[in-house]
Design a protein around this ligand. Sequence first.
Ligand SMILES: *Cc1c(COP(=O)(O)O)cnc(C)c1O
Length: 392
Amino acid sequence: MTTTKRETLLPYGKQLIDEDDIQAVVDVLRGDFITQGPAIERFERKIAEYVGAKYAVAFCNGTAALHGACHAAGIGPGDEVITTPVTFLASSNCVLYQGGTPVFADIDPVTYNLDPISAEKAITPRTKAIIAVDLTGQPAEMDRLSMLTHDRGLILIEDAAHSLGASYAGKKVGTWADMTMFSFHPVKHVTTGEGGVIVTDSEEYRDRLLTFRSHGTTKDPKRLTRNDGPWYYEMQELGYNYRMTDLQAALGASQMDKLDRFVERRREIARMYDEAFRSIPGLIVPKQHPAAESSWHLYVLRWDETIFAGGRDRAFAELRDRNLGVQVHYIPIYRQPYYSDKGYSAEAFPHSEEYYRTALSLPLFPAMSNDDVEYVIASVRETADLLGTFYN
Ligand SMILES: *Cc1c(COP(=O)(O)O)cnc(C)c1O
């Protein structure tokens, strides 16, 4: 090893909080409402405006937001929902919460996103919706997927937990699908600690999401079956307490002001990685669909098993040894015992399997210094040298 090992772990992702953000939260703490107050709507409006959608409904986390979207879409027992297996568990668990059946389709081997052709082949008379996931921040092929769904009366939901600030065909992620989810977990583009949102242009979906997030209750005079007085509200369906607090919303609104800067820094780091690794035989750098402009949540570097002794597994160990918090995003969901016990298996997913064997996420977040980036580059180069020489 020629590079000196760093003393602290460099994680794959991390929040960037500054004094403005802290002040925004303190202001809420000193005010009248720490939940169900005006900060929620301010945050919702800010996100809706940023992505160009009509409405935004905030939730206590992204998973709850996806659950809300499945509820609003009317997904229930007997309904099938097609999605990618290479994603976080929430993308398909939200279907199970509603009693629906997730159906996996394979990924495109170049972009790692849901392959529209496999998705089309998975459609049956029971299919109700498709959940597209913008893996790593690169939007899925939203033009083809929206044609596929709209031609057949299916609902398109976009899990955009990775892609706030990204665009597809020149249009911001947030209006391509019927409902789009963003997450505000600390590793995502902007954070509220825990948090999520659904953006939509549909007033009907917006109303259903608002009701769902507050126990299934409504005070809307137009929707009440009777009215006992000004105190009166009705529970017309089963909902949850999935609300975001004003503390979180104030933090999120303050973070949104920095989103473009955060995304620009992520793109800059991704370019440095691309340049450093593109010409190293056996390393496969991320490729972009011509219409996609990624906001770079993750930088996934793949390690060709025929070139590097021990492949990705050995590279993972070597890089962890150098205090790099590399990760694998993701274990294909059909491999999870909960899913395989239900009969899901790897057989139909050769591209997902190959991806899973070779993929490794490098540290990527706006607070990284250029020295951090250089350290990652040097460590990857040295690891590639080390594992590559066994075959030379
Ligand atoms: C982060 C994430 C979510 C939502 O996660 P929460 O932690 O519940 O906000 C959903 N899907 C993907 C792909 C994610 O990365």
